[in-house]
Ligand binder design. Structure first.
Ligand code: GTP
Ligand code: MG
Length: 174
């Protein structure tokens, strides 16, 4: 394609998992459309969006993103979306310890039933709400390290670290 000799075009199935309200849909909306919706509605079932990014070596990565519904009533649907996914992004809200516990549940579920070579990222979202923080950054760092995951704190509201999240995932693809 006229790019660097090692340039490639990759297509990657990515699934977002995590408790309802942690900001999964807002992360996707920020990444795909550069927008934030303070009145974001709960996701029903799942929604699909895609976005392509270019890396420095002119490799392009097309993310095919399944944004799942975090409400408990949809939990049984999750395997439909994480099965065959190359990447799982597990999101919690830094102002909710309960959502961090739920994130750990998803990590275990993926370790048991996900693809064995799945790339997993742990994301602490709502990093703009420092005054209401319940989950120390170090807890996220430690848990991610123990489980061989990439860790980042983001804010879909301010856009902090949203593009970095997807760029770092792209770098870690096999
Ligand atoms: P489900 O679809 O039910 O699983 O929830 P979700 O994880 O998709 O949550 P959603 O993205 O709809 O966001 C829930 C609420 O959190 C909305 O009111 C958002 O505006 C708010 N929110 C999302 N991300 C952020 C953030 O980074 N900072 C702040 N302050 N609020 C956020
Ligand atoms: Mg949603």
């Amino acid at each position: 394609n006229g790019g660097a000799p090692d340039a490639k075009n990759l297509r990657v199935k990515l699934v977002l998992l995590g408790d309802s309200g942690v900001g999964k849909s807002c992360i996707v909306l920020r990444f795909v459309r550069g927008q934030f919706d303070p009145t974001s509605k709960v996701t029903v079932g799942a929604s699909f969006l895609s976005q392509t990014i270019a890396l420095q070596d002119s490799t392009t990565v097309k993310f095919e993103i399944w944004d799942t519904a975090g409400q408990e009533r949809y939990a049984a649907l999750a395997p439909l979306y994480y099965r065959g996914a190359a990447v799982a992004v597990i999101v919690y809200d830094i102002t909710s310890s309960e959502s961090f516990t739920k994130a750990q549940y998803w990590v275990k579920e993926l370790q048991k039933h996900g693809s064995p070579d799945i790339v997993m990222a742990l994301v602490g979202n709502k990093a703009d709400l420092q005054d209401s923080r319940e989950v120390p950054a170090q807890d996220g760092i430690d848990y991610a390290e123990k489980n061989g995951m990439f860790f980042i704190e983001t804010s879909a509201k301010t856009a902090d670290n949203i593009n970095q999240l997807f760029e770092e995932i792209a770098k870690r693809l096999p």
